[in-house]
Design a protein around this ligand. Sequence first.
Ligand SMILES: *Cc1c(COP(=O)(O)O)cnc(C)c1O
Ligand code: SF4
Length: 336
Amino acid sequence: MPRRHPDSLHFTLNWQQQLSEAFTKIEDLCAYLELAIENLPTSSIAAKQFQMRVPLSFAEAMEKGNPDDPLLRQVLPVNDELVEVSGFIADPVGDLNSVVMPGLLHKYHGRALLINTGACAINCRYCFRRNFPYQDMQLSKQQESQVIEHIQQDSTLSEIILSGGDPLLLNDARLAQLIRHLETINHIKRIRIHTRLPIVLPARITKAFADLLADSKKKIILVVHCNHANELTENVEMAIRRIRHPNITLLNQSVLLKGINDQADVLCTLSEKLFDNGILPYYLHILDKAIGTGHFAVSDNDAKGLIEQVQHRLPGYLVPKLVKEIAGAESKQIVL
Ligand SMILES: *Cc1c(COP(=O)(O)O)cnc(C)c1O
Ligand code: SF4
């Protein structure tokens, strides 16, 4: 097969259309994957608490007929979510205490989170945001202006992190406007974008978006959220190639998930494949203890053992930092 040029990234449906056609019914996803629903521990109650949402582009990377597929397990609503586990609470990371104003979360020195939308293209069952009321909140233009004004006033801030939800659910025009506004603020050196969209909906990486980042006056850091090497499909790789540029640093963060990526082999393969695509592993997060996610938990001790094994097998730059978030702490905590 001839090698495809990066710009052969082409889709029949644009990203908004793909998004609106994402799987939201367990039956539909199971039928697509040729799985008999009656043999699976699916839960409609869990799906009611936190809707299932899976774009076809993500489902395509799953193995048909495999109920234990590591991508499927990230998104399928199951009975285990209804099990109460002590210590698992609604706001495990204490985000609600750090809200400066609607849309701005300032917890750590020098950097603040700008949250423009609470929506995501995919609903990951392990997500701590599953219990938040702001699922589909979108910042109004006026609220956004107030946030920008606040950032302008606070010269201790040198980095703005666009987060969510997923900031890439904003359209290109809206994102361009936001980034242009941030570019007018001198003390802001870097704009960081935390997004899972290049992985779960590669069609989102439009030429206009890639150009916006490449042409920015600020340094751009794009942190993709990829948990398993199988997520790096051919289309995802092409999308990543489209955003590679000297002005843009590409990093990855993963969440350590039981039964999904809690094996040294899986983590090593992920790091290698990320690097093949110009992405460096940044953080491996210990799961935040949100209600409904207990079945994904890996103990700190097991996590340390795993990362040691990875460290014995890979060069240092391919070993993600094992971190956890502690409510009220001044930074993420490195688990050693
Ligand atoms: C994770 C996080 C950051 C970024 O932390 P880094 O260690 O710089 O990656 C900033 N603000 C909040 C609220 C966060 O949760
Ligand atoms: S915020 Fe990230 S982990 Fe949570 S549902 Fe959205 S994409 Fe998934």
